[in-house]
Write a new protein. Structure first.
Length: 306
């Protein structure tokens, strides 16, 4: 057995001696600090993070399912999502067929444990949105970066299973789906990366400018921080492609693919979410690429080993 280890972590992934018996490839990273984007907080966050710009530890397993064309499990803190990709396949229903490209379909499922932990309940997927609304949001974000014209008259089905929910579930689900698409080898023009932001605001500072609103921004909130009444939640999806990076290498608003917001927030706070998400997406993207690169390297070494 050969082992893969990332610097600074004790958790390892294993791969078998033959390609047919390969085990899922596991990868982890430490907490990513974005102190340049967020001010340091005096009090710790509920899960122990000391700054509002810190992301929770990421862990991934690539090729976790044998029958799927591509699969991946992604954990952000205690939130765990399993994604599987089937296709491109011929649609069972001819009415779903498009001659100019593939149709991207997303199915969102909840495990029994995640349903009990989900504060929204009642058929709601997250933040009061229905499962159909979240599925449409995920499908639109993925379809915008998949080369659907390369797979005419087919369907690419992405099944997302929420195993455990502890905040930022929708963003983690999208990132897990992207990792599964990379594992399946689906041709893409960019990699969408989702970042969840929590915005809490107050009515002003009591000074001369009564219209000025103070707000606090937290990246990758946990379930306790997402409790009802705590603030607005903004999910920003950045398109990490070469064209987007060339358009705005400063990590600003360039490359924003889509967003989904819940609650009321000011324009200033929303723009801050966009900027913070653009910075955070670079770290998440680097982790996803590292996971796939090391998986491919391990498979190549196993294939050519004697």
């Amino acid at each position: 057995m050969t082992k893969v280890r990332l610097a600074g972590r004790r958790r390892v992934g294993t791969t078998g001696t033959t390609g047919t018996t390969a085990q899922p490839h596991k990868f982890t990273n430490s907490i990513i600090n974005l102190s340049q984007a967020m001010a340091t907080q005096k009090r710790r966050r509920p899960d122990g993070r000391q700054t509002n710009g810190s992301l929770r530890p990421l862990a991934a397993e690539v090729s976790t399912l044998h029958r799927a064309d591509g699969s991946a499990s992604l954990s952000s803190g205690s939130t765990t999502v399993l994604a599987a990709v089937y296709g491109p396949l011929a649609p069972r229903n001819p009415s779903r067929e498009r001659s100019d490209g593939a149709i991207v379909s997303v199915v969102l499922r909840h495990s029994s444990s995640s349903s009990s932990d989900d504060a929204s309940g009642g058929g709601k997927a997250a933040y009061g949105a229905t499962e159909r609304e979240v599925e449409r949001f995920l499908a639109d974000a993925l379809a915008a970066t998949i080369r659907t014209d390369a797979y005419p008259r087919t369907v690419i089905e992405v099944v997302v299973q929420l195993l455990k929910s502890d905040g930022s579930a929708v963003g983690t689900a999208l990132n897990a789906a992207v990792l599964a698409l990379m594992d399946a080898g689906v041709e893409m023009v960019g990699l969408p990366v989702a970042t969840t932001c929590l915005v809490t605001e107050d009515g002003g500072d009591g000074g001369a400018d009564k219209t000025k609103t103070k707000f606090e921004l937290r990246l990758d909130p946990c379930a306790e921080e997402e409790a009802p009444g705590e603030g607005a939640v903004v999910i920003v999806v950045t398109n990490s492609s070469s064209n987007a990076e060339a358009a705005g290498s400063d990590g600003g608003g360039a490359g924003i693919l889509s967003s989904m917001s819940f609650g009321t927030t000011s324009l200033e706070a929303y723009l801050a979410c966009v900027e913070g998400s653009a910075r955070a997406s670079k770290a998440v993207l680097a982790f996803l690429r590292l996971a796939v690169e090391q998986k491919v390297t391990r498979e190549a070494q196993t294939l050519w080993s004697t």
